[in-house]
Write a protein that binds this ligand. Sequence first.
Ligand code: SF4
Length: 209
Amino acid sequence: MTRRQCTGEYKIKPIKKQVRALLGYPYPARIPREVFVEQWVGISTDEFHRAKDADVKYMRNRHPLIDLGWSRTDCVRYLSSLNLADTPKSSCLGCPFHGNSQWRHIRDTSPAEWADVVAFDAAIRQGNARANASGNPLLGEAFLHRSRVPLADAPIDHVTAAEWAAMQQELGDDEDPATLEEGVTDGCSPWACRGDADALTRDDFGLAT
Ligand code: SF4
């Protein structure tokens, strides 16, 4: 997995910009200590380790599901009672943490979105044009699917035993087979990226802003 700026660039920075606008203190205005927003983040009790404070004083995170003591199962039960049992995990369309079931769901239910992610996958093959030009070229090629096969041809329907054995060797023994099918269990929120949050840098979180 290469370095990603998705959460920082496309979630945290725009949220901070909008919060500053709502508070009436656009960047780089200094925001008084007593002026802040309360931001509710839907982290359940089974993933309490993902509940984090915001990194700026003008945003204070609350975690209402943890306050209620609700687990993921409690959330599903509640959604089911509202006929919303098929609510998907929150994530971006072209997330590299998707498993096969999520890729199939996009392909089989939304041809336009599938065409979008296939085109996106092709577009990232040589990495980030700006990084390449500035002397930080991508070494190798980038793919959205774990098989490192273009998404349009990736084995998202059926993985043969031989393919599985080859992938297992490449991925290492600690790769959970369920991850290949189901993807990363967690959904993604600005303050709890579904990837490895510990691997993110200050820049990922837009701390410069
Ligand atoms: S779902 Fe999260 S980890 Fe995946 S691409 Fe979006 S921001 Fe990045």
